[in-house]
Design a protein around this ligand. Structure first.
Ligand code: BTN
Length: 273
């Protein structure tokens, strides 16, 4: 009941770009923001912007997307209340390091959410954010590059926060508000994620990323598990034993040989090998 007659509480759940822009804890991510109520895909828009301007750190945010893109050409359902945004990066490192960026983004998201809400979300390599056995979000990193030089990277982040999931996703996906049983300030969460991301991205400039990789492995729900990897060409079953310095997965296959997996769809299998 409203204890204060005459005063109507108004807490609209919209993202406030200005707050992101003026946060004093990032130096380049979020200093330029393109905000839309409805757009096809923030990744697509970010790509257009990146081709035409000097835009490292620009964020494209949308309240809703009607052509949201998931990995491997899948549709990403993006209704009101989620966090759907893409960050443009123009880094100086070589294209082989691009997959580290996805891992660093995933670690940043998990560190922030676990710390803020005292829950235990994890990374399902390479790009999914999971709570128990349900998907809470995903990352779609797209690269425009030449052989030895990245022109730009688009890091697309989709997180189910205050949105209502369609029935067809209810068994496999989840939203943060249902886990912590209250609505979340999405502007505040986005700011915390970009602060952590900017901090973690500094690691890419350093040769020794072992400390970071140890943290990443602890947050990765696939390490030491038996998994099936489906790539475009084959399916491989094995035990996920490690992550290499670029964030690729090291799998020990059924013959005991170690293989580096650069991308693919992962299913966790129940039986140990
Ligand atoms: C996946 O798990 O398949 C990755 C999903 C990535 C979705 C986000 S939402 C914001 C950005 N814009 C897009 O069109 N896709 C990414």
């Amino acid at each position: 009941m409203n204890k204060n007659p005459g005063y109507r509480e108004y807490t609209q759940d919209i993202i406030i770009p200005y707050k992101i822009k003026v946060n004093p804890f990032t130096s380049y991510i979020g200093k330029n923001i393109c905000y839309y109520d409805l757009i096809g895909s923030t990744n697509e828009k970010a790509s257009e912007i990146a081709k035409n301007s000097n835009s490292s750190g620009t964020i494209v945010i949308a309240e809703t997307q009607n052509r949201g893109k998931g990995r491997q050409g899948r549709e990403w359902i993006s209704t009101k209340g989620g966090l759907w945004f893409s960050i443009i990066l123009k880094p100086n490192f070589s294209p082989e390091y691009a997959s580290r960026t996805t891992l660093i983004t995933a670690v940043s998201i998990v560190q922030v959410i676990n710390d803020l809400f005292k829950i235990n979300i994890s990374i399902k390599w390479p790009n999914d954010i999971f709570y128990n056995d349900k998907k809470m979000g995903g990352i779609l990193t797209e690269m425009n590059a030449e052989i030895d030089k990245i022109n730009f990277l688009i890091i697309g982040i989709g997180l189910n926060i205050n949105n209502k999931l369609p029935d067809l996703l209810e068994d496999t996906s989840c939203c943060l508000k249902d886990i912590i049983k209250k609505k979340i300030d999405r502007t505040d969460l986005l700011i915390k994620i970009i602060i952590q991301l900017e901090k973690n991205l500094e690691i890419l400039n350093k040769d020794n990323i072992n400390g970071f990789l140890e943290k990443a492995k602890k947050l990765c729900n696939t390490i030491n598990k038996t998994i099936k990897v489906s790539t475009i060409n084959e399916e491989i079953i094995g035990k996920c034993v490690d992550l290499d310095k670029n964030g690729n997965l090291i799998l020990q296959d059924l013959n005991g040989s170690k293989r580096t997996i650069f991308s693919g769809d992962i299913s966790l299998l129940r039986n140990e090998i």
